[in-house]
Design a protein. Structure first.
Length: 295
């Protein structure tokens, strides 16, 4: 899937009306027929095809893939200027990548799309995608069970959309235990979605889409945290600098806020140790957490 540069986008908007572009992209090609009945059917097909086009907006959009601890391209970090609900690029990417779990981080005062805030069941259309949701509210996150239908292909997919609430994007979360529990929930949901359709084959799993409103660095930091927690679980030892170096080579970020990132990972790892390792055998399991000297 390719994306236009900002310059190409504005050049295209200046010369061609957007609705005309969408008509060319989505209109069914008429079949040549001498029968009036066939022509009428073709016209009806065109109208049905045009009618499925929903809300589409332009936004500055980019995406990068980040490997997990032992999983290639586990995360798909999305950075876009508009709400994902209004982004045709976003939902096209979700569909094409076979992503089944979306995670959205935002603070209480961030701009949340009104559709995401509604408790009642609802539906929303973006391009050829019709998205239906069922909301499951929790104390510190909201879970949306989505059914996204591609009206052109006439196929549907089940997707789980999580919204994590309650911390400012540039600050360390107050309750690390909640964040650790949340990431565990996200990983379990990814396994649930993919086990049924791929017999638990790791290379067949779609990525987890991570979207942090107004803060791309925060989304990348969450990926670093997940990598460290996974490594700690499997090896009883982690190296925060190694995890950050690995991630830095896969993103456009030249540097992280080391102090905040290390504080986030350290506090969550302590919680993880207390909840899991120390309960099993505190005498033999002594996890080692290595941090960078420069914070």
């Amino acid at each position: 899937m390719t994306f236009e540069s900002t310059q190409e986008l504005w050049k295209r908007k200046d010369h061609v009306k957007f609705r005309d572009v969408m008509k060319r992209e989505h209109t069914v090609v008429s079949r040549t027929s001498l029968k009036d009945e066939s022509l009428e059917e073709d016209r009806a097909g065109k109208l049905r095809r045009q009618a499925i086009i929903g809300n589409i907006g332009f936004d500055i959009f980019s995406v990068c893939y980040i490997d997990g601890y032992d999983t290639d391209k586990k995360f798909m970090v999305v950075n876009n200027s508009a709400s994902e609900l209004d982004s045709y690029n976003f939902w096209s990417l979700i569909w094409d990548s076979d992503c089944r779990v979306i995670v959205r981080f935002h603070s209480d005062n961030s701009k949340t799309h009104h559709w995401l805030k509604k408790i009642r069941d609802d539906e929303y259309a973006v391009g050829e995608f019709l998205i239906r949701k069922e909301t499951i509210a929790d104390k510190f996150y909201t879970q949306l069970e989505l059914t996204i239908r591609n009206a052109i292909l006439r196929k549907s997919k089940k997707i789980t959309h999580y919204q994590y609430h309650g911390f400012a994007d540039r600050d360390v979360p107050v309750d690390s235990a909640q964040l650790v529990f949340f990431l565990k929930t996200v990983n379990e949901k990814r396994n649930d979605h993919n086990t049924t359709k791929s017999d638990n084959k790791e290379n067949a799993r779609g990525p987890i889409a991570i979207h942090s409103v107004d803060c791309f660095e925060r989304a990348v930091s969450i990926c670093a945290l997940d990598i460290c927690l996974d490594q700690l679980t499997k090896t009883k030892s982690i190296s925060v600098p190694d995890a950050l170096i690995k991630i830095r080579s896969q993103t456009s970020l030249e540097s992280f806020s080391l102090k905040n990132t290390h504080s986030l990972i350290r506090s969550c790892c302590v919680v993880h140790v207390r909840q899991i390792f120390m309960r099993r055998n505190p005498r033999t399991l002594t996890p080692i957490v290595r941090h960078s000297e420069a914070e």
